[in-house]
Design a protein around this ligand. Sequence first.
Ligand code: TYM
Length: 333
Amino acid sequence: MKRIFSGVQPTGNLHLGNYLGAIRNWVRLQDDFDDCLFCVVDMHAITVWQDPDHLRANTLETASAMMAAGVDASRNVIFNQSQVAGHAELAWIFNCVARLGWLERMTQFKEKAGKDKERASVGLYAYPNLMAADILLYKGTHVPVGEDQKQHLELARDIAAKFNHDYGQETFPIVEPMILGTGTRIMSLKNGASKMSKSDPSDLSRINMTDDAGSIIRKIRKAVTDPDGLPSEEVGLEGRPEAANLVGIFAALAGRDIADVLSQFGGQGFGTFKQVLGELAVDKLSPIQDEMRRLMADQTYVGQVLTDGAVQAGAIAGPVIEEVKDRVGFFRS
Ligand code: TYM
């Protein structure tokens, strides 16, 4: 059986990378897979400090963004993680399955914890175990994400394999990462060496899903580029991460491949290209933003979608968590 699971953190500043790398693919995949769960992972969010009121608001905003982008709440399960207790229960069991050495290798922990890792939360360290629990609580088989989640999904595969090995049964499937399309690694507009991120202190580094048309155009105009113009062929983008990023964004938004974009703009300067790219971004994002605003004005509806989704998710998770407890040997009368 095939089942999609994916998630996004409600940490504010949902951006173009989240849309192109993940959410847009969910919209496409919902037609091919009958069974999809899309989760606002609020328990992951608190691995770094979140203001409680902001967390609640961002949870509704993130769910609104998913639906505004086209994820259909009537065909898929949309919910927030903390409303289904099984995530925490299975994560604890996985804390006891995963090895310290496996977590030590996680590059995202190193990036997020920074220099002073003694001060990072234990939750931030164990984060990938919770992520494995998210997927495997539903025996999810396919996980559409951006490139940055690849290592975490490899860990989820290792955890599933070790659990199956240790408890002697094929309890969990080995998940398939789905890293699809040209937008799987959108970089910062200010530095082609770091990815576009919600936590970058510079707002100019990213296009937020809530940015108005003027800001989108201005941010793209101010995006860092090098002094050369656009090359006519893809090899000409090698060693030019900022140029490659803008061309990649164009291709992803327009649904064209990179070679095709370069055949149109090769030989031109960045001035015109940025202008056309800015207009394209506004064109593609503004209908989503209008719908997001409409949904955010109806918080009761969005809240109800999450709560109904949690009931549906809980119904799938219940038998799985029972099966796992049984395999582990937890007594229940
Ligand atoms: P998060 O909230 O950081 O990002 C949500 C999704 O957006 C993708 N993404 C990007 N794609 C392209 N370019 C970028 N610059 C970019 N930045 C983010 C991410 O790859 C992700 O698909 N740990 C996850 C959330 C999570 C999850 C899960 C995902 C928790 N449990 C289970 C899948 C399955 C995260 O922090 O995503």
